[in-house]
Each structure stands twice: as structure tokens, then as C-alpha cells.
Design a protein around this ligand. Structure first.
Ligand code: PCA
Length: 321
């Protein structure tokens, strides 16, 4: 009798495991964006590798949830997967601010090194909240979009500036601009209604928002290389069979690799589109770069003061000291 019950139970369990699950994923950025394209490919690979046992429905462009609500929804299990900009969380933990400080990182090699040294702390923070980091992909370097020529930080004074995280708001304050937080999906409207008149972001987001409609100049600063991360609810991940879980993690590793490569291609292809659409794509003047480097130094010092021992060690590891 007992072995019969055990048999029925194990059969029920294996049926439950084999059953297909449909997971909901929320992302902040639009369909044409390379992050979204990469995520949709990830979802396709997961579905194929698990023979349809894990189906991921991707809700892009903040259509399901506004950006700031995506991570809380993954945390409480309302959705299984989410993508967020890491530095949007800068007020939660200093580690999240590190990849948005101007001129701390100036190449993809730097960005890769910063990711390597900070990944463990990001994973710990997520683990304490029941989430697992699947992969992280950088945006192309950040450049300045304006309506009029900008030759130094003095030319920025008084501009209404679009911020997308605490770091960009701080840059605005330090240069005498007036920051307003505007999500990527709302950029065209914010410019059209005059809420903002300048921004710093990637050529990718410039193309997504058709920056040529509202800005004439793009200064190719490559001031920093912020990253997105894709996270999964831990209980959802653990509900998968070991084989399906491994298939999903393998697809995540491929997505990360693919995303870093796509980002580097984007940097030139999307900058070329800005020029084709009639924007003046310019190198920043040495004065503007020097001014913004000073802003970066101030922000590093502010960051070090609140980073704590863990943060300082990560920063040192990044510098190789
Ligand atoms: N695009 C996002 C974040 C960084 C970027 O390049 C945005 O502008 O909101």
C-alpha cells in the first residue's frame, strides 16, 4: 500500500514538472531596441530548449508595468521575470550607482571589468530579496542631445534636462541644469511639450525616441556605459526541473554574450542613423569634456563617502588597487 502511494505521488510530481509553465516578463524599453530584441531571442531559446515547458511572454516598453514597479513585481512573484536599468536602483544600494558615474568607465573593457567586480554584490542584494540575476547587458556610451551648440558646461546652465536615474539628476544639479525624471518611453512627449530640452543617453535611445525631431546636436561623449539586468523570481526558477533550469541558465549566458556584442555594434550603427536623419554628430570640445570629468570626480567622491567598506573594495578592485 505504502509503495503504491509513493508511486502515485511520484507520478503526480513528474506530471507536474512536465507541465508547461507560462511566465510573464516586463521590460521598460521598446520593441525595436536591441535589449528587447535580445530578450525575445532569449525567450525563444528557453521555449525551444525546454520543449515548450517554459514559455516566456515578454511585455516590452513598460506596457505591463512602469519601470520602477518591475523589480518589486518580480520580488513579490506577481511576475516571474523583469528587466531593469541597474542604476535606477542607486538609492537602494550604492553598488547600483557605480556604472553611471561620468568617465569612470570609458570602454567596453572597462565596463566588463566593472561588471565582473560588482556582480557578486548585485547577486547578494537580489538573493536577499528572493531574486536571481540571469544576465546583464550594457547600453552604448552616453552622449549629449541638445537644441543649441554646447561648448562647455557653462552652456548647459539653466537647461531643462531629462534625467533617467539619480546619477543623471545629480549631473544636472552639478552643472546648473533643471532635472526631470522621464522614462525612455516618454521622451518624445517630454520634448514636444517643453518639459525638457536636453538629455544624455545612448544613440540607441536617441533612435528609439527619434531625437532628430527635437534635437539638432549629438555630442558623442561616451561618458559612461550603464547596464540593464534581467532577473528572475527565485521560487519560479526553483519550480523548474533541474534540466529545464539549466537550459534557462544556459540561454541566459548566451543572451549576455550576444547582448554585449550587439551593444558594441549599436554604438556605431545607431550613431550613423542620427547623422543620416540630419543631426549634427560632433566630438565634444575639450572644455566640455574637462568640465564633465570634474563632475565625474565630484560624483566619485560623493559615492565613496556613502559606499561603505564593500563598495570601496569593489571600487578598488575595479581600479586594480
Ligand atoms: N537608455 C536608457 C538608459 C540608458 C540608455 O542609453 C534611457 O535613456 O532611459
Amino acid at each position: 500500500m505504502r509503495s503504491w502511494i509513493a508511486f502515485v505521488l511520484s507520478l503526480a510530481l513528474s506530471l507536474a514538472v512536465a507541465q508547461s509553465q507560462t511566465w510573464t516578463m516586463a521590460t521598460p524599453y521598446p520593441d525595436g531596441n536591441f535589449h528587447t530584441i535580445n530578450i525575445r531571442e532569449f525567450a525563444r531559446e528557453v521555449e525551444a530548449a525546454t520543449q515548450g515547458r517554459v514559455v516566456i511572454r515578454v511585455n516590452s516598453g513598460a506596457s505591463l508595468l512602469p519601470h520602477p514597479q518591475i523589480l518589486p513585481a518580480v520580488r513579490n512573484g506577481q511576475i516571474q521575470l523583469g528587466e531593469v536599468l541597474i542604476s535606477l536602483l542607486a538609492n537602494e544600494n550604492p553598488i547600483f550607482a557605480l556604472d553611471s558615474i561620468p568617465f569612470l568607465v570609458s570602454s567596453y573593457e572597462d565596463a566588463q571589468r566593472l561588471y565582473r567586480v560588482s556582480k557578486g554584490e548585485i547577486e547578494n542584494w537580489l538573493a536577499r530579496r528572493g531574486m536571481v540575476l540571469l544576465f546583464s547587458v550594457p547600453w552604448p556610451g552616453q552622449g549629449l542631445y541638445t537644441k543649441k551648440p554646447i561648448n562647455s558646461a557653462a552652456d548647459l546652465r539653466g537647461l531643462r534636462f531629462r534625467a533617467f536615474n539619480p546619477a543623471t539628476a545629480r549631473i544636472a544639479e552639478l552643472t546648473g541644469m533643471i532635472p526631470t525624471q522621464v522614462e525612455a518611453a516618454d521622451i518624445p512627449q517630454a520634448f514636444a511639450t517643453g518639459i525638457v530640452e536636453a538629455m544624455i543617453t545612448s544613440p540607441s535611445t536617441g533612435v528609439d525616441s527619434q531625437a532628430w525631431d527635437f534635437a539638432r546636436f549629438f555630442y558623442d561623449l561616451r561618458a559612461w556605459i550603464p547596464k540593464n539586468m534581467v532577473v528572475v523570481n527565485r521560487r519560479a526558477l526553483e519550480s523548474l526541473s533541474p534540466a529545464d533550469r539549466e537550459a534557462l541558465l544556459a540561454a541566459a549566458r548566451r543572451a549576455e554574450q550576444r547582448g554585449w556584442e550587439a551593444s558594441q555594434r549599436e554604438a556605431s550603427s545607431k550613431t550613423a542613423i542620427l547623422a543620416q536623419r540630419g543631426m549634427q554628430v560632433l566630438q565634444p570640445s575639450p572644455q566640455l569634456v574637462a568640465d564633465l570629468r570634474k563632475v565625474g570626480e565630484t560624483m566619485v567622491n560623493e559615492w565613496l563617502r556613502r559606499a561603505g567598506a564593500t563598495g570601496v573594495n569593489i571600487y578598488r578592485a575595479y581600479l586594480g588597487r
